[in-house]
Design a protein around this ligand. Structure first.
Ligand SMILES: Cc1ncc(COP(=O)(O)O)c(C=O)c1O
Ligand SMILES: N[C@@H](CCOP(=O)(O)O)C(=O)O
Length: 562
């Protein structure tokens, strides 16, 4: 990767206001497939997906040499330090960035923004659900909403009517990204939002959170398909040069680099919180982070934190029965088709797990019911780069090789449904990552166990992580008593009230348990009775394209007529 400290910037392709001021290599961006490069932060945030189909990554991961000095910073101040390493002040001046960050986290209910709680023994829980929609997505999407607004206000200064830059955000959701994006963007000027969710496959609260937002710029599309179909439609729209340029598409999914960037902050923040809670823990001691994983966005932020210098023993990927990542960890094969519990013709599963004909298994942690993890492509680039570096060639060659390798792997995934990486690549992956598959039964048991032992109610996704953390801790103890002291920080990705079905199933037999009294936040009371707005759409990207075009046109007409 590029190692230069500063270079001279030029204007990006998307009309960013950057001039020839200095920036570091970590503040310029390139595509994982090698075609696009030397882009500004504004370019990659507004474009979302690279034109070669790849995802954007910084040209260099900055080493945060002074990270220990961040120990006592508040969440917003820490966010400023981390984000500044990736955003040149020539693009967003420091005062403006501070303003964006402060606005984004003022909406959180917890003073620490993302508090760390001690569950038991070596196990800590990082509560990421204190934002407006009660899910970890708020941490990044409150920020991204304000960032879009900032760029649009600047681009549109002095412009009127159709000269204004109007962003059409299209996103796919299995429930949480949708509401977090909608709450981040509702009512914002010059933005239309289209959220695609798989019809009937999100929880009732998630559905209500999205569809009860009636702002004119918000549109919910219930797609007759699964989450991967929604994600594929979004990617097809981005790949269509016509709609992409005429409608100026914007991404809110974790394909957007800003989503990953904002999430790096809580890895540092929780590490410092741990150092204050745990007697004898010193800055520099290692921790394990355990992350309930679907699209690989959340845990990828942990990878960046680690590469920046945060002492991480392992990043533990916790998957449900949709386990493409755990299978990859086991054998180096990245394969779409589920290998066990797969639906036979007519949807009958082999191992009792309810599965759809498309191979996606229906689990109690539906936000992770996904066949392919889109962000894994970003990690693949770093793995391929590491492998290429061993050939002893120059950096330009290594980067080119990595881009070509990733493009080839992804092409193979498309045509053959799978690809296999070299043993060396797998070894490098395993040095940083561990991976555990958690069944629905284990998810329920974990919710029950934690409730009985410490009175804490976990949401099912968080329970997947906690179960993996307990297993990781046990494995360490078995292997080496000394290693047993490594604390585990398990990421709590959603409030339990969002998944009342699974929580009730796990705890209904507990005599003292009362969902309404112990779990349901005031904000959710009566949500299901409110007016809703949602349209159905087929699993067909061209049909969705026409729908989006028509709707944006209507919105623009209404806007400019008034
Ligand atoms: C509650 C919850 N947990 C975990 C995940 C998985 O996160 P990621 O897709 O970033 O791996 C999601 C969805 O993204 C989610 O909504
Ligand atoms: N689980 C997600 C799926 C979309 O993932 P994203 O992180 O790429 O936006 C959801 O809740 O919608």
């Amino acid at each position: 990767m590029a190692t230069s400290a500063t270079t001279n910037g030029t204007n990006g392709t998307n009309g960013s206001t950057e001039t020839s001021q200095t920036h570091t290599a970590s503040q310029r961006y390139m595509s994982t497939r090698g075609e696009d490069r030397d882009l500004s932060f504004e370019d990659v945030v507004l474009k979302g997906l690279a034109s070669d189909g790849g995802l954007y990554i910084p040209e260099h991961i900055p080493e945060a040499a002074q990270w220990q000095s961040w120990k006592d910073l508040s969440f917003p101040d820490l966010a400023f330090e981390v984000l500044s390493l990736y955003i040149s002040p020539s693009e967003i001046p420091a005062q403006d960035l501070k303003g964006i960050i402060n606005r984004s986290y003022s909406t959180f209910r917890a003073p620490e923004t993302t508090p760390l709680v001690h569950l038991k023994d070596n196990l800590y829980l990082l509560e990421l659900f204190h934002g407006p929609t009660f899910a970890f997505k708020d941490v990044a999407l409150q920020f991204l909403g304000n960032l879009f607004e900032y760029f649009l206000v600047r681009k549109n200064e002095g412009k009127t009517g159709r000269d204004r830059y109007h962003l059409s955000v299209v996103g796919a959701t299995s429930g949480d990204t949708g509401s977090a994006a909608i709450y981040g963007l509702r009512g914002k000027k010059d933005v239309s939002v289209f959220m695609l969710h798989p019809k009937g496959r999100v929880s009732p609260i998630q559905e209500a959170q999205m569809t009860t937002v009636l702002d004119k710029n918000v549109h919910n599309l219930a797609i007759t398909g699964n989450f991967d179909n929604c994600q594929d439609i979004v990617k097809a729209l981005f790949a269509d040069p016509d709609i992409n340029s005429t409608l100026k598409l914007g991404a809110v999914n974790s394909i957007n680099w800003a989503r990953i960037l904002a999430q790096i902050v809580y890895y540092f923040h929780s590490y410092f919180a741990l150092s204050k809670k745990l007697d004898g823990f010193k800055l520099g001691d290692k921790v394990r982070f355990v992350v309930p994983t679907g699209n690989f966005g959340d845990i990828l932020a942990g990878y960046f934190a680690h590469r920046m210098g945060l002492p991480v023993d392992k990043l533990v990927i916790a998957t449900n029965n949709n386990d493409i990542l755990t299978r990859f960890w086991e054998n180096g094969v990245y394969e779409k088709q589920a290998t066990h519990g797969k639906a036979a013709e007519g949807g009958l599963p082999e191992d009792g797990v309810k599965a759809h004909e498309d191979g996606v298994k229906e689990t109690l942690s539906p936000a992770m019911d996904i066949l392919v993890s889109s962000n894994f492509e970003r990690l693949l680039w770093f793995l391929a780069y590491h492998f290429a570096s061993s050939a002893g060639m120059d950096d330009e060659w290594n980067e080119k090789q990595a881009g070509q390798e990733v493009a080839q792997w992804l092409q193979q995934l498309k045509t053959e449904g799978r690809f296999k990486v070299y043993e060396d690549v797998l070894r490098t992956f395993r040095q940083t990552f561990d991976s555990k598959r958690v069944s629905d039964e284990e998810t329920l048991e974990t919710i029950q166990k934690l409730y009985k032992e410490v009175g804490y109610v976990l949401d099912p996704h968080t329970a997947v992580g906690v179960h993996a953390a307990v297993r990781s801790d046990a494995a360490l103890r078995e292997a080496d008593e000394k290693a047993a002291s490594i604390p585990h920080i398990s990421l709590s990705t959603a409030h339990p009230a969002k998944f009342s079905g699974a929580v009730t199933l796990a705890l209904e037999k507990e005599k003292d348990f009362n969902f309404e009294k112990q779990v349901l936040p005031q904000e959710f009371v009566g949500l299901d009775k409110k007016e809703k707005r949602v349209s159905e759409a087929p699993n067909d990207w061209k049909a969705v394209r026409e729908l989006v075009k028509k709707q944006v046109e209507e919105e623009l007409k209404a806007e400019y007529a008034s």
